[in-house]
Design a protein around this ligand. Structure first.
Ligand SMILES: [Zn+2]
Length: 501
């Protein structure tokens, strides 16, 4: 085992949470999962999330019986359920957070059996398009009919979120009591009254683009692959690699230890192949993709691209210049998934008149440039000793960087300039956590299924769904256009709003 400190981005300070985390031993009571596809999905997703919460989860004890038949991020079944999740965890983290049999000593117990048995701190259930999380047991029939992963995956995200809050300590917000969610209606409330959506297995997904194969993008692809679709074709575009330090692995669901320093689209291709999704990957930026020549493209996309036309694009990028690039293609419909701290969000762009486009409010901010300038000014204000301490180990050529900072009127292109510029441009890494990304991914995938199942003509469509883990709320809303948005001024050829054909 290497000395990598895998993915601690969820350990960064966050308003409303405690500062010190203590690793917890988690017991998952899963029961016999043979034939219970919804609980298999829930267990797979939950273990994959907990196995990435380094520093918060010490080990995962799993009480489970039976066979696992659903696809997992590291392979396809069937397999003994315990072995399947044991392999999944060691693939994801190299044994750092192991899956072990129960030994009677645990800090937190998660019960996902759907039966009235006390003694757990977290109860969770997911089925169809719905998810439930609570602090007291309740019975959920014995319906083993639904094969969808949407509700179970969201339920897993909610359960991992509760573990996170328990491990960190909560100063603002609350723990789950009896909270249900529908990815169909985008609402939270009581389980009995929330509307469920139709089965997605065996449905046909129109060919589409997924731009961004980081946490949210991989989560969306995981959902699509686990949804047993009749047909699909995803063009996944991402230029990035899973970083060598392993900081991506706290939330890149389709990546294991062996994927470090490998392109993110490689992990996507592997999972797509064994989960039966159609498609191709492009290891490069969206701009590179547009300029590249490609073979093996879906004929429908091939024809559309020849006309410079993009029907359906999933935006799973995390920087605003990339969002501008996507909107710059004038796609007819964009489904976006994103996170901000403990908030997950999914938005359908292009179907509601006068509602925002992806480019409206995601303007590349000059805040970053200003912050970089401020950091350089702060460096210049330091004493030479302080500067040396600040930059040591952070730049390639320390002496050149120090001499650049020491010159009162530095020349453009002076030795050391690029070192200093890249140092001040590196922002402190932001908070990000596996379960928030997975929630955004399930919400975006649900939005995608809604859009492609013909609900695009719903005049009351509220395109934006927001889930806040701190207070466990989920709500729909609509955000108006920004006047002056360059993209919204482009007149659509076939009138607005768009309809998927
Ligand atoms: Zn706009």
């Amino acid at each position: 085992m290497s000395g990598l400190a895998l993915g601690d981005r969820h350990s960064r300070p966050l308003d409303g949470l405690g500062d010190v985390a203590s690793p917890k031993t988690i017991l998952i009571r899963a029961g016999d999962v043979s034939g219970a596809v919804n609980r298999q999905h829930l267990l797979v997703c939950l273990v994959n999330l907990l196995a990435r919460l380094h520093g918060l989860v010490g080990s995962i004890r799993v009480a489970v019986k039976g066979e696992m038949t659903v696809v997992t991020p590291n392979g396809a079944g069937p397999a003994n359920a315990f072995q399947a999740v044991e392999n999944l965890a060691s693939w994801a983290n190299g044994g750092r957070i192991p899956v072990l049999p129960p030994d009677g000593v645990e800090d937190l117990t998660i019960d996902m059996t759907g039966q009235m048995r006390g003694g757990a701190s977290i109860y969770v259930w997911g089925e169809g398009w719905k998810a439930w999380i609570g602090s007291a047991p309740r019975a959920f029939g014995g319906s083993f009919g639904r094969r969808d992963c949407l509700g179970p995956y969201l339920a897993a995200a909610l359960a991992a979120g509760e573990v996170f809050k328990h491990a960190k300590g909560l100063k603002k917000g609350r723990f789950a009591r009896d909270d249900a969610y529908s990815l169909w209606s985008g609402e939270s409330g009581r389980w009995e009254v929330l509307e469920d959506g139709p089965a997605v297995s065996d449905t046909r997904l129109p060919p589409l683009y997924v731009v961004g194969a980081g946490a949210v993008g991989q989560g969306i692809i995981q959902v699509l692959g686990a949804s047993e679709l009749a047909s699909s074709f995803l063009v996944t575009i991402d230029h990035d690699r899973h970083d060598l330090e392993g900081t991506n692995l706290n939330r890149c669901f389709l990546a294991g230890l062996d994927d470090l320093d490998r392109p993110k689209v490689e992990a996507v291709e592997r999972y797509r192949t064994f989960s039966g999704l159609g498609g191709l990957e492009h290891s490069g930026t969206l701009r590179d993709y547009i300029l590249s020549s490609r073979s093996g493209l879906h004929p429908k996309l091939d024809l559309a691209e020849a006309r410079d036309s993009y029907e359906l694009v999933v935006s799973a990028v995390d920087i605003n210049t990339s969002r501008q690039d996507i909107q710059g293609l004038c796609p007819r419909v964009v489904v976006g998934g994103s996170t901000d701290g403990l908030r997950a969000q999914a938005v359908i762009y292009g179907l509601v008149e006068q509602a925002e486009c992806l480019g409206c409010w995601n303007v590349p901010d000059d805040g970053r440039a200003k912050a970089a300038a401020a950091r350089e000014a702060a460096l210049r204000a330091m004493s030479p000793e302080e500067r040396r301490k600040e930059l040591a180990g952070q730049v390639e050529n320390l002496d050149a960087a120090l001499s650049y900072l020491a010159s009162a009127e530095p020349r453009c292109g002076q030795l050391g300039e690029s070192d200093v510029k890249s140092f001040v441009d590196r922002m402190p890494p932001e908070f990000s956590a596996s379960f928030v990304s997975m929630a955004a991914a399930t919400m975006a995938a649900a939005s995608l299924f809604r859009v492609t199942s013909g609900l695009s003509s719903d005049v009351n469509l509220q395109p934006k769904t927001i889930l806040q883990f701190k207070n466990l709320s989920m709500a729909k809303t609509v955000t108006a256009r920004r006047s002056g948005c360059a993209h919204c001024c482009v007149v659509r050829e076939a009138g607005s709003p768009a309809k998927l054909g």
